[in-house]
Design a binder for this molecule. Structure first.
Ligand SMILES: Nc1ncnc2c1ncn2[C@@H]1O[C@H](COP(=O)(O)OP(=O)(O)OP(=O)(O)O)[C@@H](O)[C@H]1O
Length: 594
């Protein structure tokens, strides 16, 4: 994206946020910037008056010069107050758009695409610079006005002097090219930078530090971290060196033109074509041009970097706006399940790999069924749940809800009818109310419903730990919230699941992985209640992924996944007697407990 497009985008954004403030900032900046060449003009007249011994005029001009200097400073100062807040508003607006781009894509497929994830990570990192970018755009506008006035004053003395501002364009063009070099290097090293940040985060956050310390993997991770950073830094340093050389060449060219301009006007004065005042005017203006060019270069670099960010946001927007593989249709989902959910020859691979994770899965889950999914690690259980929740679409095959193909319904419509607790459940370090309330946003302010869901999830003791109850903060993400254990967070995750009304699918992926034995027992009593309730209410299907066979056996139907394919389906009694993988795993676990 060119600098002009970036500037236009930032100005539009600022205009949307607060047009009045933008107009005030622009007017004050323009007034401040225009007063600089006028100071040079005053100095010229002051010199002429002094040479002519006109002390009255000289004194008046000296005062005017001082007043202009103060005016210039004041205008810049007050403009800064206006655009400071405007920059913040614009950044928040872009942050909101980024959140939409990360979540508003209907499914997770794009986030799994490395290019999309890298671009998103880069933009997230660059957003805090929005304020400086907007400031740079406004100042560049003022600078352009200032340069035009400077050019008019120079041209009125000698048309050759007009070449001076033109020579000023050379370092600008060189700067443009230099920035492109740096941007390209940044994009090429984005994946490694992301990995570096991940390693830094992993090695410095409490949760993982414990494990790393005990495993002794510290040295290995530090070595890996250093190696990756060294590769990234080398590539960036090479690009920065090339960029610095280009910028220096441009500035040297301007320096030569600057010297030529002074020579020209001094020669003109010696030949009697102009006075001492004109020489002073040119020296002052040339010095201003030198400052304008170097200032302009710095500002341009900032706007060009913002251009990179805007371009990346545009790429994200285009990707998010492009239709998903089989564009969502407008088919309506039933209010109540009568037949159930059917997977019809479903195969799936993640967008970032060709490896089939699910292979030709066909499965009928009648309405009201409690289905358990078992299988070894990596068999594809969580992936199956994610597909059922509509977070991903099958690469081939269909998922039918009664007779409606999920691909022909809007993902959001289905996701409103799904209640889930994922294995990697979210730990929202916000208020207890938010943490639970996002399970059913319409009820986030319904204290009674929130308390009920928390009680049903056996999380009453967690609530008692939070000093301000529903409005108390959780975690140490910001503020001084209550830190919770893994199991306590998981119970709150379950409370979210239980808050949702009228689901057609309840999916619990290893919901007891962090719970103690008593909590697990209580959870499965709740699970049984939930199945009975939702079955009567909406005919919902309940899917439970678990490695605990004591719980799995309660399910109406059990499906065994082996390397992405269904190897066994049936009731506990059928499968335990069949002598297959289920029977083997079940007896293995039963023996361990015996
Ligand atoms: N976002 C992803 N991108 C690429 N591959 C993935 C992604 N998520 C999971 N996989 C791969 O898919 C395979 C199945 O993962 P899945 O989480 O579905 O297994 P699972 O049966 O739930 O395992 P577990 O019992 O360990 O939870 C794994 O080999 C995993 O590496």
């Amino acid at each position: 994206m060119t600098t002009i497009l970036a500037a236009r985008h930032l100005l539009r954004l600022a205009f949307r946020c607060d047009p009045g403030r933008l107009a005030r900032a622009a007017a004050m900046l323009a007034a401040g910037f225009l007063s600089t060449p006028l100071i040079a003009l005053c100095l010229k007249s002051l010199t002429t008056a002094a040479v002519n011994h006109d002390s009255g005029t000289a004194a008046r001009l000296a005062l005017t010069t001082a007043a202009l200097l103060v005016f210039e400073l004041m205008m810049n100062h007050f403009a800064h107050l206006s655009y400071f807040e405007l920059g913040d508003l614009s950044e928040v607006e872009l942050q909101n758009e980024l959140i939409t781009l990360a979540h508003g894509v209907g499914n997770l497929e794009r986030l799994d695409t490395p290019a999309y994830a890298d671009t998103l990570a880069l933009v997230r990192e660059e957003l805090p610079r929005t304020r400086a970018s907007l400031e740079a755009v406004l100042q560049l506008g003022g600078l352009v006005l200032q340069m035009v006035l400077t050019a008019v004053l120079l041209g009125s003395l000698n048309t050759w002097l007009l070449l001076l501002p033109i020579a000023g364009a050379i370092p600008v063009l060189a700067g443009n090219r230099a920035q492109r070099l740096v941007d390209r290097a940044k994009e090429e090293t984005a994946a490694l930078t992301r990995l570096g940040r991940h390693l830094l985060e992993t090695t410095t956050t409490l949760a993982s530090v414990k494990e790393i310390r005990l495993s002794g993997a510290e040295a290995m991770l530090i070595e890996r971290h250093q190696r990756d950073w060294a590769t990234t830094t080398t590539a960036l340093r090479r690009a920065q060196t090339g960029a610095a050389l280009l910028r220096a060449a441009g500035q040297l060219t301007f320096a030569a033109a600057y010297g030529g301009a002074i020579y020209l006007v001094v020669r003109q004065a010696l030949q009697g074509g102009s006075g001492l005042g004109d020489v002073i005017l040119v020296i002052a203006l040339a010095a201003q041009i030198s400052f304008q060019v170097s200032n302009g270069l710095g500002l341009l670099t900032i706007v060009q970097t913002a251009g990179g960010t805007m371009e990346r946001i545009r790429t994200l927007r285009t990707a998010a706006a492009s239709p998903a593989p089989a564009g969502p249709g407008s088919a309506h989902l039933p209010a109540v399940l009568t037949r159930g959910i059917r997977l019809d020859h479903v195969s799936f691979h993640y967008p970032n790999s060709d490896r089939k994770i699910l292979d030709d899965v066909t499965l009928d889950i009648p309405a009201g069924t409690a289905l358990a999914v078992v299988g070894e690690n990596g068999a594809g259980k969580s992936t199956l749940v994610k597909l059922l929740c509509g977070l991903y679409r099958p690469t081939s095959g269909r998922i039918l809800v009664d007779d409606v193909d999920l691909a022909s319904a809007a993902p959001a419509e289905w996701q409103r009818r799904v209640s889930t607790l994922f294995q990697d459940f979210a730990r929202l370090e916000l208020r207890l109310r938010d943490n639970t309330g996002i399970g059913d946003l319409d009820r986030i302010d319904d204290d009674q419903a929130l308390h009920q869901a928390i009680d049903r999830a056996e999380a009453g003791a967690v609530r008692a730990l939070v000093p301000d109850g529903l409005d108390g903060l959780l975690g140490r993400g910001y503020g001084d919230g209550t830190e919770l254990s893994g199991g306590q967070w998981q119970k709150l995750g379950l409370a979210r699941t239980l808050l949702r009304r009228g689901p057609l699918l309840v999916a619990l992926d290893e919901p007891a992985s962090a719970l103690d034995a008593t909590a697990e027992q209580a959870l499965f009593e709740r699970f049984a209640d939930l199945v009975t309730e939702t079955r009567a209410d909406t005919g919902a299907v309940t899917v439970l992924v678990s490695h605990r066979f004591s719980t799995v056996r309660m399910a109406d139907l059990i499906v065994v996944l082996e390397q992405g394919s269904v190897s066994e389906v049936g009731t506990h009694a059928d499968l335990a007697a069949s002598g297959g993988l289920y029977a083997e795993l079940y007896h293995l676990q039963a023996r361990a407990y015996a």
